[in-house]
Design a protein. Structure first.
Length: 256
């Protein structure tokens, strides 16, 4: 199998053209004609993944997050992107890297749908749309819970202790209507701000905590990858079945 054939298989599971327009998905490092002899799934490019690839003769990596680049605008306002050191290391190691990122968030049974399943949500609708009826966010209803019980539920179902809330969260009497968005989703807060009790996502900045307080919306911030890992584990299972191949999934468990 070469990289282009692998891309066809991935595209069946996670249609890459459903990602956000400005997202970097598909083959981001490497050559479509390269042979795939040893494949692994990683959450993002980082040193431990690179070491694993070198120590295990891996030639191709499917990652969730795309490689990091630094955006530079020169004095003539010309925009260029310079690879971060870790990206440079993967390039110099002649590895093929395929990113699925927001295509995996929005697809059927992807990261967002997996959160729906985990939290037992019903009457589900989509927000944060990319194309047609595909979107990265989900909102719906759950069985009523107190804030304390709901926090425990989030910890248990996302296997994380990295939880932060806004101040208003502590004033909520019961929680029934929730919104979830894997990764970082506060840029879409206005789409759900008046229709749910609590919004769960990652990387919530201070200004959004205050904005939610003013709007009487509860916010739960979890570790960035905590909302992505459950769906990625599903993706690995689907890709294993598609390729009839056993795959390892490498991510930093400390940040779960």
């Amino acid at each position: 199998m070469n990289v282009s054939t692998l891309l066809e298989h991935i595209n069946k599971l996670t249609p890459l053209d459903h990602a956000f327009d400005d997202d970097s998905v598909g083959l981001v490092i490497g050559d479509e004609t390269s042979k795939v002899k040893n494949l692994i799934v990683g959450h993002e490019l980082e040193e431990s993944l690179l070491d694993y690839c070198k120590n295990n003769s891996v030639d191709t990596v499917v990652t969730y997050h795309p490689p990091p680049y630094k955006r530079i605008i020169d004095e003539n306002e010309v925009e260029t992107y310079i690879p971060d050191p870790i990206t440079e290391s993967f390039i110099n190691s002649s590895l093929n890297v395929i990113s699925i990122h927001t295509a995996q968030d929005v697809c059927k049974d992807g990261n967002a749908d997996t959160l729906v399943e985990l939290f037992g949500m019903s009457d589900v609708s989509i927000f944060a749309n990319t194309i047609d009826n595909f979107g990265a966010g989900r909102k719906g209803t759950i069985n009523k819970l107190s804030p304390a019980d709901f926090k425990k539920d989030v910890e248990n179902k996302l296997n994380t202790k990295i939880i932060r809330t806004n101040e208003y969260f502590n004033d909520i009497k019961e929680i029934q209507n929730i919104a979830v968005l894997p990764g970082s989703g506060t840029q879409f807060i206005d789409e759900i701000i008046d229709s749910v009790d609590v919004f769960i996502t990652g990387d919530i900045s201070h200004r959004y905590l205050l904005k939610a307080d003013e709007a009487r919306l509860g916010l739960i911030q979890v570790g960035h990858i905590s909302t992505e890992i459950p769906g990625m584990k599903k993706f690995v299972e689907k890709l294993e079945k598609e390729l009839n191949l056993k795959l390892n999934y490498v991510y930093r468990k400390y940040y779960e």
